[in-house]
Design a protein around this ligand. Structure first.
Ligand code: F6R
Length: 269
């Protein structure tokens, strides 16, 4: 795992946008896996700005979102489809028909997983997957003890996740307890992964993911198996890492190697 530590959330968002931009510039028809939640908002704002001011085009990009709540329609204010339209898709030149979010209102939610997997496969697979991480170490909605070999399916959310996300729902509003989520295997199949995290409340999950054992109890630890994962964290999220100094040293050595020997090896396909 490559671990990059930034002084604040803004510099982290800018670096993640640099990486997404180089992917799209190298392969304009890239397939990008997307996350919702507070974490990627800075990245999305940067991409919108680069689209408006620097000609970054998403015209040929295809996207697959990680997850969607079961039981609320796509036009519901709290659906992940609404989130993506509002915070990214409606503000860039992406073709809406190239954007996929699991269908939380499918007649049989249990049947949606294999169909979603097939769509990803038919698109050629995910080139670059953007991830956040839950305070309990979930990625997508793969909650603790999710199978490390799982594919897209319905998952029951933990009380912790329901509480973490209750800030988006009014007190008496229906809040979903189920979600359709890409599985851990689906995520690991992406050619390149960027996981972003900021804030002290993510520090335990970040420590367990990077320095803890590979364990279904911390689903994000499965990324230890992935060859091309970059973790971008701010100082607060990195505060419980015991090898923090080493990760910074690796970053410096890596920069030197890249400067000397190759422009960049990180673009995928
Ligand atoms: C969202 C998702 C979740 C979030 C995680 C962190 O599509 O898959 O895994 O990335 O719950 O959420 P925030 O960013 O709101 O802290």
């Amino acid at each position: 795992m490559e671990v990059l530590i930034f002084p604040d959330a803004l510099s982290l968002a800018r670096k993640s946008a640099d990486l997404v931009e180089s992917q799209i510039k190298a392969f304009p028809d890239s397939v990008i896996g997307l996350a919702t939640g507070s974490t990627p908002l800075g990245l999305y704002e940067e991409l919108i700005m680069r689209h408006a001011e620097h000609d970054l085009s998403f015209a040929q990009v295809k996207t697959f979102n990680l997850d969607e709540y079961v039981g609320i329609p796509s036009n519901h204010p709290q659906s992940y489809r609404t989130f993506m339209d509002k915070n990214l898709f409606n503000r860039i030149d992406i073709d809406q028909s190239n954007t996929q979010v699991p269908d939380g209102m499918a007649e049989n939610p249990l049947a949606t997983g294999p169909a979603y997997e097939k769509m990803i496969e038919d698109s050629g697979g995910i080139d670059l997957q953007i991830l956040g991480v839950g305070t309990d170490g979930h990625i997508g909605f793969n909650e603790p003890t999710s199978s490390l070999g799982s594919i897209t399916r319905v998952k029951t959310l933990t009380q912790q996740t329901i509480e973490d996300n209750s800030r988006f729902f009014s007190p008496n509003e229906f809040q979903p307890k189920l979600a359709i989520t890409m599985g851990i295997k689906t995520i690991l199949d992406a050619r390149r992964i960027l996981l972003l995290a900021h804030g002290e409340n993510k520090s335990n999950a970040i420590r367990d993911m990077i320095e803890g054992p590979l364990a279904a109890f911390c689903p994000a630890s499965a990324l230890q198996l992935h060859q091309r994962t970059t973790i971008l964290v701010d100082e607060a999220a990195a505060s419980k890492l015991s090898l923090k100094g080493y990760y910074k040293f690796v970053g410096e050595m890596q920069d030197e190697l890249v400067r000397k020997h190759r422009p960049s090896d990180w673009i995928s396909r």
